[in-house]
Design a protein around this ligand. Sequence first.
Ligand SMILES: Cc1ncc(COP(=O)(O)O)c(C=O)c1O
Length: 346
Amino acid sequence: MQNLDWGHLGFAVRETHGVLVSRFKDGKWTEPARENGPVELSPYSLVLNYSTCCFEGLKAFRGADGVVRIFRPDENARRLRRSAEFLDMPAPSEEMFISMCEEYVRWNIDFLPPYGYNASMYLRPVLIGTDKQLNLKSPVEATFILMGIPAGSYSGAKTLSPVTAVISRDFDRAAPNGTGSYKLGANYAPSFHAYNTAHAMGFTELLFLDPATKTKIDEFGSSNFFGIKDGTFVTPLSDSVLPSITNKSLQQVALDLGYKVEKRVIPFEELETFEEVNACGTAVVITPIGTITDKPHLKGEEVTRVYHFGKDGECGPVSRKLYETLRGIQDGVVPDTHGWCYIVKL
Ligand SMILES: Cc1ncc(COP(=O)(O)O)c(C=O)c1O
């Protein structure tokens, strides 16, 4: 076991023993190789010129029972294939994806945080198009890299402490009929400026509306939206949000706990009716949102309205229950009745 400060890992890159790399050439993938150091890439490669890149994020946990679990890797494998299909590029099979995740965790097992620190190993599979090609063409050659870091909470913030959000009216993360529902590298760089602006104004999260009409809630920059009201879990139905695996899992947990679930269009004015609002994603499962500020311009001082959620600066009770159940399943302390966890053979 590595000697790390497991309680304060944050989300910084802390290099493990290396990365697993497989290359697609002449119609087949090479046997995954263990590499340590820079991965070779031609300056003419498609990814450096035209951003032919998609990726995933998932986690492995060391359970209270000592069992090592990867949470829903089959879902991530399918989502990566869907992104690659959109880019018209080769992708690893579901089986190859899962077996590389498993091998990576086994190889780097001494970097997997012990149980009890609310920490895990964050796995980052990345698929890039690597043809030497300046023509605008889809890749026929690709490199699939599996990397990972031991990770605590994404921001280093206390678990379930509510944060502030602002509606993004000046910037969109997705275009109508665009790439919002795919996990492409190219979706993220264009939102950095908006995020930096929001942070400079004192907000933690940025809430995007539907890009066509700016009247409906879409999602946060790197997490889905859900609200709770009258015992119902409500989350947006939209073509431009990423289908979050955490959100999908929380919806099932909500049903299992006896709540209703609605996936539907949410006009932003409906914000005033929610008792609890959260961002959700692999990184921290749930980030409670304390306030959402609506202002015409991100950089301006004018504020149209501030919506408040939860009481006394605490995460709402329903959201907390959903969080604890899902984290319990990942840690092996709540029964995994849906067979979500993939057990790593050590
Ligand atoms: C834009 C966006 N939405 C939502 C999510 C949450 O998805 P998941 O729960 O699969 O991590 C992410 C993170 O992957 C994201 O980048």
